[in-house]
Design a protein around this ligand. Structure first.
Ligand SMILES: [Zn+2]
Length: 253
């Protein structure tokens, strides 16, 4: 059996039986995989701490068999990301980011850029406080990489470019809307400033999380916009979200 290897980030793990572990991991070139790590809890020699969630490691595995599980053979730890394990608020954001990758990218879709994005966020959280800016940047970039970017700066129905007030957003209808193209129901009202911030943040390097500052209004509106897009494309609500909502309340208006 051919042994594959690749840089990977551990998304989560599940104890199995007496000594084994089922690990969900996101590789740079093979996408999201699930692997069976035999004896991972008994003998720390083969895997060490490399299979802990948020760890970055080079993993060695054989291709998935009938049960859909790769057989994990070996792991070389690259970065344990120890810094982000010390703080529950940081853990909340890191867990959310990992679950979001799982939900938006899914299994069987190699996506090196999404890997680089998740790695960059974990590296950032290893040394920095969790911020709304980091969360929003991660969300909008991942949404775009997954192919779900909405129309921001022009009406998604008639194509008119926005210049001032009277802008709305409805993810189901493709994104921003002008007053003439509104559906016959209540939709989110947003400012050009927020749409501009979101559009501009997509022009910045994928892996850059430092040096951004969003006002509380931009944060609130951007969150409402991205939440709409995410709930449209995620098949089920994310488990990590309730903890994240508690640890990271929205800034007041
Ligand atoms: Zn329009």
């Amino acid at each position: 059996m051919r042994i594959l290897n690749n840089p990977a980030i551990i998304i989560r793990h599940l104890n199995y039986g007496e000594a084994d572990r089922i690990v969900t991991f996101f590789t740079r070139d093979h996408g999201l995989l699930k692997g069976f790590a035999r004896g991972a809890r008994k003998s720390r020699k083969r895997f060490g701490a490399a299979l802990e969630p948020f760890s970055e490691a080079r993993l060695y595995w054989t291709e998935p068999t009938g049960d859909g599980l790769a057989a994990l053979k070996e792991a070389e730890l690259t970065d344990l990301h120890l810094g982000l394990r010390q703080d529950l608020d940081i853990i909340s954001l890191a867990s959310y980011a990992c679950e979001l990758v799982e939900g938006l990218i899914g299994e069987g879709h190699p996506h090196p850029e999404a890997f680089d994005l998740l790695k960059a966020l974990l590296d950032h959280l290893n040394h920095n406080e969790p911020t709304w800016e980091a969360r929003l940047l991660f969300e909008i970039r991942l949404i775009t990489l997954a192919g779900y970017a909405p129309h921001f700066l022009h009406c998604s129905k008639c194509g008119i470019t926005f210049s001032d007030r009277g802008i709305f957003f409805e993810a189901e209808l493709g994104g921003s809307l002008c007053p003439q193209c509104l559906p016959g129901r209540k939709v989110l009202s947003v400012s050009l400033l927020t749409l501009g911030s979101l559009a501009r943040s997509l022009q910045t390097p994928l892996t850059l999380f430092e040096g951004f500052r969003f006002s509380s209004q931009t944060t609130r509106e951007a969150h409402a916009i991205l939440e709409q897009i995410l709930s449209l494309h995620l098949l089920h609500p994310l488990k990590s979200l309730s903890l994240l909502d508690r640890s990271m309340p929205l800034p007041s208006a």
